[in-house]
Each structure stands twice: as C-alpha cells, then as structure tokens.
Design a binder for this molecule. Structure first.
Ligand code: IMP
Length: 428
C-alpha cells in the first residue's frame, strides 16, 4: 500500500509543484489533502508553464488520477476556471475527483477574509485573501457547506439561509460591511452543484482502492510545515495542517499506508505575509536572490521575504514530519555567491537555543547564529548528476543534511523536469 508524501519543509513556496510533476510520471495518482487556492504550484513541462492553485500538480500526466481530498477547501469558481484553462491547453482533466466531504469556500468567506484582515490592522497576517481562514473556521465551527451538500438542494436551501443570516450579521454589525444577498449565494450554489457533480465522490474509498491494487499514490502538500496551524509560527500561519498529520485527516488515509515522506526545502528561506522569520535578511540584501529567483508569490504576486537556510527550523520540521528524504530545490540560485550562510542556532534573551520556539514573541526576538560556508565557482544550474556539482556545493548540501537530520534524495537545479539530480531512488 505505497503512499508517498511531498511536504513543504519551510514556509511554503519550496518548489513542490515541480517535484510533484517530476515524480508523478512514476505514480498512479496525485492527491491534495489540505489548503485551497491559497497555494500556487508552478509546473513547467513540454506543454508549457502551468500555475496550479487547486488542481493536483500531477494533472499533466495523462494516466494519473488527480484527487482533491476532504481536507481541502474548494472555491468552485477557481476550480472550474483552472480546469478550463488547462483543458484549453490540451491537458486531459477527466481523471479529476473531489471529495464530497471537502468544504466549499463560499462568497462570504472571501468577504470576511478581507474584513478580518483589515480589522487586524498592524497585526494583519497577510493572508492570500482567498477566504481560506474563514472557510476552515466554519468547518471546525460546524457551519460549513461541503461539496456533497451542494448536491442536496432541498437540505441546502434552509442550511445556507440560516448560515447567511449569521454571516451578514457579522459582516454588517461587526465590520460595517455590505450584506450579501441570499439570491446571489443560492444562484452560485445552483451553478456549482451542476459543475461539481461530475467530480464529487467518496475519495477516501478511491484512494483506498488504489492502494489495495498496489497503485502508487503521491500526497501533494500545499504551503509548508512552518505555516501549519498547530506546528507553525502561530498565529502567522494558514488555517490547515500542511504537515504529515494533515495528510491522514485530510484524506481519510490510514497512516500505515505512508511509505515515504519527502520534505521539500529550498536551499535558502522565503516567507510571504507577516510573522517572524529569524534568518531573514534585509530587503537590500535580499534583492539579489529575489530578482534572480523571481521570488514573487504565484497566487498574490507579493514579493517574498528572503533569508538564509534555517537549520533550526529545518530540524523542527523533521521532528514534526519524520521525513524519509529531503528534496533540495533552487540550489542554482546560490551559484554566484562568494560565501553562503546557514543558521545553526538562535540567540534569544542572552541565551543560545537550538530549538524552534512555540512562543511567537520569543521567535520574533531570536537572532540567527550563522555558519559561513565558501561559495562555489562553477554553476550547478541544470546539473543532472551529483558528480557535476562543485565540491563546495556538495559540502553545502551535506551541511543541510546534518542540520535537518535526513539524507537528500533529490536536488532540483532548475524549473524543468530534466533539471533534476536523483541522488537516491524514491519509490523502493
Ligand atoms: P491564508 O492561507 O490565505 O489564510 O494565509 C495565511 C498565511 O499563509 C499568510 O502569511 C500567507 O502568505 C501564507 N500562505 C498561504 N498559502 C501560501 C502558499 O502557498 N505559499 C506561501 N505562503 C502561503
């Protein structure tokens, strides 16, 4: 029963889209288990460049099932336009399925995301504004609408009528916003019911059936461990569980089915939105990496914050996920530096610590302790064999392995599928 997870080891944007697309050629299905269209996964292949937000990144392979599990929150308008866009570029979308248990991002969730952020003022999280937090709040508050609910019109109308009364009271009385009309919401629901019905099903059963037939299932993480609502730098996190635990609850998956857990790490750090990031460098120093690596959000276009590789955070991510291998991405971006730094500890309140603190105030006061390693004088870009890497680049890779406590299995040296070094086999 081989399931393999691909999980963001940092604050998201580690390059998971490329890795999923690369690995998907050897599996039978790719399954999203958390998050929603706050994610932006870039896939580059012979059909072009695709920026996927909801559709699993394996979709470009003709025989691979794409499954959206119960842990994902789905904005049907976004899904439909994404399917139309990739369909118009020659990608077969007929093997996509969506859990009938997945929650729907309703129009009031998007409005409330914006209003809540405005109300937070200086303490704003910097959400993607896609309604993700409010949708998960309603899920755990037992006030959510699920994909399966859209298909039961008689039960849906009184349910949505009741929920909208509550939401409009919040929007108008707490935030001073404009109410949303019931007609508008029900019209959307009617359309979405038609659009979603061909895809909706019991995906936990489908995944189980695939595993029983010994088919390989790739679990596609979105965001990253340090944005996990439980394990991340709370409250500057997303509202789901991108880490390995989320894969089980977000799919109805038996943990014993998971054979490998790949942690995807960028060779440096990036973060979008607010919240502490101990190894962040100031903007004028970050510009070189940001411009070279085009570190701007796929979903919102925001400039990403940049930092050196944080070994303390990496070790913590390993603790939470139990990675069986590391995928190191964007090594080539560091090609032109005379020296590179890695964060090996934090100084905080006069003490040295080597643990990622739970307290956000404490994390914000952490000063990085760096180790400086020599840069490499030959490019790693587009390398396909370990032997092509200069010795200093290899030493950098080994240092990351030591800090995280896990072996590197794949190194990505560019956006294309073939710009990849397969250090060790993944599917054993
Ligand atoms: P939300 O997920 O839209 O609620 O945003 C919460 C936080 O997670 C914000 O700091 C976002 O910038 C961040 N975030 C959400 N999705 C992603 C992602 O795919 N990559 C990087 N950061 C993300």
């Amino acid at each position: 029963m081989p399931a393999y997870a691909v999980i963001g080891g940092q604050w998201g944007d580690e390059g998971k889209g490329k890795i999923i697309d690369y690995l998907a050629g050897s599996v039978d299905s790719v399954v999203r288990y958390a998050g929603g269209n706050n994610a932006g996964h870039t896939v580059v292949n012979d059909k072009g460049t695709f920026q996927l937000h909801l559709v699993p990144s394996g979709i470009c392979w003709p025989d691979v099932y794409g499954i959206i599990g119960n842990g994902v929150v789905v904005d049907p308008d976004v899904l439909v336009s994404e399917l139309q866009e990739i369909g118009s570029r020659g990608i077969d979308t007929s093997k996509l399925f969506i859990s009938e248990r997945a929650h729907v991002i309703m129009p009031y969730h998007v409005v409330l995301d914006r209003l809540e952020e405005e109300a937070r003022g200086k303490a704003a999280i910097g959400t993607t504004g896609r309604g993700i937090g409010p949708a998960y709040m309603d899920k755990t508050g037992r006030m959510g609408v699920r994909v399966g609910d859209l298909l039961d019109w008689d039960a849906l109308v009184p349910m949505v009528t009741q929920i909208l009364k509550h939401k409009n009271a919040l929007i108008t009385k707490i935030y001073g916003g404009e109410p949303i009309s019931l007609d508008h919401v029900l019209t959307k629901c009617k359309l979405w019911a038609e659009q979603m019905s061909p895809y909706a099903m019991a995906t936990e059963q489908l995944v189980q059936d695939l595993l029983e037939q010994n088919k390989k299932v790739l679990l596609e993480g979105a965001q990253g461990t340090l944005l996990d609502v439980d394990h991340g730098s709370y409250p500057f996190v997303t509202s789901s569980s991108p880490s390995i635990g989320g894969a089980c609850t977000g799919l109805g998956l038996n943990p014993q089915a998971i054979k490998g857990v790949l942690g995807v790490f960028k060779a440096y750090s990036t973060r979008v939105g607010g919240g502490p990031m101990p190894s962040e460098v100031p903007d004028h120093e970050a510009d070189e990496i940001r411009e070279k690596a085009h570190e701007f959000g796929v979903t919102t276009g925001r400039a990403r914050r940049i930092g050196w590789f944080d070994g303390v955070a990496g070790k913590y991510s390993q603790l939470v996920n139990g990675f069986t291998g590391i995928v190191l991405t964007r090594l080539d971006i560091l090609d032109d530096f005379d020296s590179v730094k890695v964060c090996i500890g934090y100084n905080v309140d006069g003490k040295r610590i080597e643990r990622f603190p739970a307290n956000t105030g404490l994390l914000a006061r952490c000063e990085p302790i760096y180790e400086e390693l020599p840069g490499w004088d030959q490019p790693t870009a587009s390398a396909t064999k370990l032997s092509q890497l200069p010795a200093n680049a290899l030493a950098y890779v080994h240092r990351i392995e030591q800090l995280v406590g896990c072996k590197v299995q794949i190194i990505s040296t560019g956006p294309r599928r073939d710009e990849t070094i397969q250090v060790e086999p993944i599917f054993t």
